[in-house]
Ligand binder design. Structure first.
Ligand SMILES: [Zn+2]
Length: 320
């Protein structure tokens, strides 16, 4: 029998209950993904391999070594996130907003105290200008939770019947092959329309059935190639292929095979940290010298030198 749906205030309390256990010295954040009777709460955290080998202060390329609470939740779910909700102790950053949209979350709840913290104020413009816009375009409803009054205040609701435009959704298909490098290579070779940065992975569902996931770098859900916005800051509106694949798997409740991930170029440092957080130790790369930004190269060096993750070339021109 299914458990009754979890109320959003309960989900927020679950996040608040663990937020102080975050190892981050300054920015302690927690999140709960919840859907029907299922929920999972996580704080922001360093993946064990990064914490053990690099410590808390090391940078991975231009990224911190931490996985944000929202992504930490979404990459550890045992239920599909599609149609689910997310409660966060703090306003989300634009990178997490893109992931939340890609994971098919439909409602986001933010604790009212999160808007008052120092770093939330510093981050205010990014939240207003980017995170909010990303969530709105994806058709996500946004609420503020005022716990002490047991109240929920609507901050944004998509227009009735709004369906976000999606010109290049992630492809998730049943796979007839076996779980092998060869199947991964064949999957990559069969992809017809290739973006400069794209990738694929093999994954299994709860019945052990094999699936393929294929995704290109693309503006966040609800933005199309024609209308995405460029920013000069730390963030942009593009969601990179490995993050799309991680979130696509979360959306459908699939578990990505940690040895069967392929990316056309070196992933971004943020993607690499998220992959390490997922438990990935090896990734196949089409062209080891190509990347969106140079920071990927230093990030690769750091992670390889410390034996956190290895990068092996698997070129599509290799005979199968
Ligand atoms: Zn974030």
């Amino acid at each position: 029998m299914n458990n009754p749906p979890i109320p959003s205030i309960t989900a927020m309390n679950q996040a608040v209950d663990i937020v102080l256990s975050s190892r981050h010295p300054e920015n302690k954040v927690a999140a709960t993904v919840f859907k029907d009777g299922n929920s999972l709460s996580k704080t922001n955290d360093w993946p064990p391999a990064i914490l053990e080998k690099l410590g808390q202060d090391a940078r991975v390329g231009d990224s911190s070594g931490t996985v944000h609470a929202e992504v930490n939740c979404l990459t550890h779910l045992t239920f599909p996130s599609e149609g689910g909700s997310l409660a966060i102790t703090d306003p989300c950053c634009p990178n997490c907003a893109k992931c939340i949209a890609e994971a098919g979350i439909t409602s986001v709840y933010i604790d009212h105290k999160g808007f008052e913290k120092d770093f939330a104020v510093r981050r205010g413009d990014e939240f207003q200008d980017m995170s909010l816009r990303i969530l709105a375009h994806a058709g996500v409803s946004l609420y503020e939770v005022i716990r002490k009054e047991n109240k929920i205040r609507l901050l944004y609701e998509p227009p009735n019947g709004y369906i976000p435009p999606e010109d290049n959704p992630i492809e998730i298909r049943p796979c007839r092959g076996t779980l092998s490098d060869d199947t991964l290579l064949q999957t990559a070779k069969l992809v017809k329309v290739k973006h400069e940065r794209w990738g694929c992975a093999l994954a299994t569902d709860s019945h052990g059935k094999l699936w393929t996931l294929v995704a290109s770098a693309h503006p966040a859900i609800g933005h199309t190639q024609d209308d995405f916005y460029k920013t000069d800051g730390k963030y942009d509106f593009i969601l990179e292929p490995m993050n799309r694949i991680l979130m696509g798997a979360a959306r459908k409740g699939l578990k990505i095979s940690q040895n069967h991930i392929w990316c056309s170029v070196l992933p971004s440092p943020r993607e690499m940290v998220n992959l390490v957080g997922y438990g990935v130790r090896k990734i196949y790369i089409g062209d080891l010298n190509a990347a969106k930004k140079p920071a990927s190269l230093s990030s690769k060096e750091t992670l390889e030198a410390n034996q956190i993750i290895t990068f092996e070339e698997m070129s599509l021109s290799t005979p199968a």
